[in-house]
Design a protein around this ligand. Structure first.
Ligand code: AMP
Ligand code: GLY
Length: 424
């Protein structure tokens, strides 16, 4: 079969690397992809939000399955676009309908969904321009820190946590009255601050049944010891030691099952990944957020731990046939360390030549922001490479990734040196 994977980050390279190993695969296309995905399949220069353009490629390349990596095409309705297209009868899109994708596309929708289905999460209220004064009063009734979330997609920047009431009030006003995050902050969710360690849990579902993928822990802050600015993720580990059998059972019973029941009861068509961003509050899991896609850089440790062929699972999820599916997971731990461009997540340079990739033997180097440029590979984003290692112990995996990193070079290369230390 022929697969079209949408996206261009480390997550997509990890997915492409895994899909490319399937004996069921005929051709794999990645749009737009990066220098790494180009070695797992064929990159296509496509706008992933231009569904008409994608449709032409689907016909031309005889695509059987579309796998959207990021959330945007899903929230914009790529599933609905193709499912309505009778002329393309056989094509499957692995992902939720636009309505289902609201779990990520609207924080207010997600919170109301959780509240309807008794899913543990932080207490909240939502406000709009016309209710800004109620919002300010609500803030004054809370204890710091204050958590404010733009309702819509804001390129991962829509969550603000403020320690002072004054700053929180200013932020709320800015979001609602000055559209600080554009359309995304026309509505704002204010919620209770939860403290605990975060955990990323993933399922692949066909709307009825699901398979549980390996869980992971992401390192979001740019600096060692979880300091500095928030990033897309500086590294990840899997498995996560505090995700014990008991804790995972609670997650299944209190979060995964009611979420799937809720989707079914509300007739939300959902076939694809659900990423539960969870927090461990004194041994009890609570949902921080839903995502309708895999995590990045979590996918870079999740895919290497899946032993089963991924393609039949993706296909079964898209076709509603997951009931009989089984997934085999590698017991061994995986770690990934992100190499980023100095300055990220703020201003950074692009186009820097990357050296040493041919010297790596002990790790899997997954490309994020890279591109091929007249025979060379150059940096093309803030997060550049994810250096993943799968070994018998986390100590060995860590050592392998950091050893590989010492062989890779580009101007202003930066990485965190403490990935995985906290869970060892
Ligand atoms: P997001 O940008 O949606 O991934 O959220 C950013 C981060 O904000 C999350 O990963 C958490 O670390 C933090 N966060 C979001 N909601 C809460 C909350 N209610 N309490 C504490 N931290 C939160
Ligand atoms: N690593 C967090 C995310 O993908 O949203």
């Amino acid at each position: 079969m022929n697969v079209l994977l949408l996206g261009s980050g480390g997550r997509e390279h990890a997915l492409a690397w895994k899909i490319a190993q399937s004996p069921l695969l005929n051709r794999l296309y990645i749009a737009p992809g990066n220098a790494g995905t180009g070695s797992a399949g064929t990159n296509l220069d496509l706008d992933i939000l231009n569904f008409e353009q994608i449709r032409k490629i689907v016909i031309e390349k005889q695509i059987d399955l579309i796998v959207p990596g990021p959330e945007e095409p899903l929230v914009k309705g790529i599933y609905d676009f193709f499912s309505k297209d009778r002329a393309l009868g056989g094509i499957s899109v692995l992902g939720p309908s636009g309505q289902g994708a609201m779990l990520e596309g609207s924080k207010d929708f997600a919170k109301a969904f959780m509240s309807r289905h008794g899913i543990p999460t932080a207490k909240y209220q939502s406000f709009e321009k016309t209710t800004v004064n109620d919002g300010l009063n609500f803030l004054r009734s809370l204890k710091p820190p204050f958590v404010l979330k733009a309702d819509g997609l804001a390129a991962g920047k829509g969550v603000v946590i403020e320690n002072s009431l004054q700053a929180a009030e200013a932020c709320l006003t800015d979001m609602l009255l000055n559209e600080k995050f554009g359309q995304a902050s026309r509505k704002v969710v204010i919620e209770e601050f939860l403290s605990g360690i975060e955990l990323s849990v993933f399922v692949l579902t066909d709307g009825n049944d699901y398979v549980l993928l390996p869980e992971a822990k992401d390192y979001k802050r740019v600096g060692e010891g979880d300091t500095g600015l928030n990033t897309g993720g500086m590294g990840a580990v899997s498995p996560v030691p505090f995700a014990t059998k008991l804790f995972m059972e609670k997650i299944k019973a209190q979060i995964i099952a009611p979420t799937l029941d809720g989707l079914r009861n509300e007739k939300l068509d959902y076939r694809g990944f659900i990423f539960f961003g969870l927090i461990n509050c004194d041994g009890n899991p609570k949902v921080i957020e839903y995502n309708v896609r895999m995590g990045d850089p979590e996918t870079e440790v999740v895919m290497p731990r899946i032993k089963s062929d991924i393609l039949p699972l993706l296909l079964a999820a898209a076709k509603g046939e997951l009931k009989q599916a089984r997934i085999e997971i590698d017991e061994r731990p995986a770690i990934t360390v992100m190499l980023v461009s100095g300055g990220y997540p703020e201003k950074y340079a692009k186009g820097k030549q990357i050296a040493g990739l041919d010297r790596i033997q002990d790790s899997l180097v997954l490309h994020a922001g890279t591109k091929a440029d007249s025979g060379k590979i150059v940096t093309n984003g803030g997060r550049v490479l994810a250096v993943t290692s799968l070994k018998n112990s986390l100590e060995e995996a860590r050592a392998a990734s950091y050893n590989s990193i010492s062989k890779i070079d580009f101007e202003n290369k930066y990485f965190r040196k403490d990935i995985g230390l906290d869970v060892m």
